[in-house]
Design a protein around this ligand. Structure first.
Ligand code: AMP
Ligand code: MG
Length: 304
């Protein structure tokens, strides 16, 4: 699989760092009172996603089941049972083949998806910052030899991270600001207040500022791009219905979610952070595929 000892050693170092990232993430969330749920892999409905991702559907027992693209709706339902939950959730997103070139996309990846009942965006931003600082510090402590072998000097950022609104980011860094902004900054940076028409229907519209969402992205520095997306959620059935219709989506497709909301979904906020992207950033790698032993690269076939 790996032709030279050097390649094997490099891969082993990356996998060790990846394993430490997962331990550190679990440790942090457990100390914060989160309960880990086993992931949902197939479901009658999954994240609709605005970008052009082919649907992966299987048939079983006379029904159609989507392979998970994110656990968003399951997270919203789960916090009615446990106030803080997380899952290492495998996601299948059949991304366009040319997204191979971004360095950031796989078509099978793992998202650490978490949600907090009655959480606010600001609380989740605070949690996200403390999460990242904890994981980076722990990995530096435990994996200094691997990081050295990979030639990576990993800075641990100071909190609070700076924040730009979506409009500020676009004004200063252009229409596709993700990579440009991420190249310019020296610490992770938040993007907040996305306009309603560029995000999914489940991000909550600010009741005080119609058309603006109570959501956020975190970008890594050094050009590594988006780390996580999250926000407060729409939880009232009439609001969810209105937002689905606003996006021109088929209400029937989301009847399961609407039925749950009619029974009562709690208000919540959360985020999902891509594990491979986090490991890529920690190790300072050119492509996210390097973080996996069996990467699923958009547009590529695989022997195993
Ligand atoms: P999203 O809800 O689409 O923002 O996804 C949540 C997080 O998962 C993103 O912020 C990324 O860190 C990660 N992610 C999303 N799509 C991919 C992908 N195709 N490959 C690897 N990581 C991804
Ligand atoms: Mg995102």
């Amino acid at each position: 699989m790996f032709v030279s000892d050097r390649e094997r050693e490099r891969k082993a170092a990356i996998l060790k760092v990846g394993s430490e990232v997962i331990w550190a993430a679990r440790e942090f969330l457990q100390n914060e009172g989160f309960v880990e749920l086993l992931p949902v892999i197939v479901a009658p409905l999954t994240d609709p996603l605005r970008h052009n991702t082919d649907r992966a559907v299987i048939e079983a027992y006379g029904g159609h089941w989507h392979l998970t693209r994110s656990m968003i709706f399951h997270k919203q339902a789960a916090v009615s049972v446990c106030a803080k939950i997380f899952s290492f959730s495998p996601n299948i997103r059949v991304e366009p083949p040319d997204w191979k070139e971004t360095g950031r996309h796989l078509w099978e990846f793992v998202q650490l998806d978490l949600e907090v009942r009655n959480g606010s965006r600001e609380e989740l931003m605070d949690l996200g910052e403390r999460f990242l600082v904890h994981v980076l510090s722990r990995v530096k402590e435990q994996c200094w030899a691997e990081l050295e072998a990979l030639g990576r000097e990993l800075p641990v950022p100071k909190r609070p991270f700076p924040a730009f609104t979506y409009h500020e980011a676009r004004r200063r860094f252009g229409e596709v600001f993700e990579v440009k902004l991420s190249q310019e900054v020296e610490t992770p940076v938040w993007i907040i207040d996305f306009p309603i028409d560029v995000r999914e229907f489940y991000d909550r519209e600010d009741p005080k500022r119609p058309g603006i969402l109570l959501d956020m992205d975190l970008l890594y520095p050094e050009g590594y791009g988006e780390a996580l997306s999250g926000g407060e959620r729409e939880y009232l059935p009439e609001r969810i219905r209105k937002r689905i219709e606003l996006q021109g989506l088929d209400l029937a497709q989301f009847q399961g979610l609407l039925a749950l909301a009619e029974k009562g979904l709690p208000p919540s906020a959360g985020f999902g952070i891509g594990i491979e992207r986090l490991v890529r950033y920690v190790c300072g790698l050119p492509h996210v595929a390097e973080t996996r032993l069996f990467p699923r690269v958009p547009g590529e076939l695989s022997l195993i």
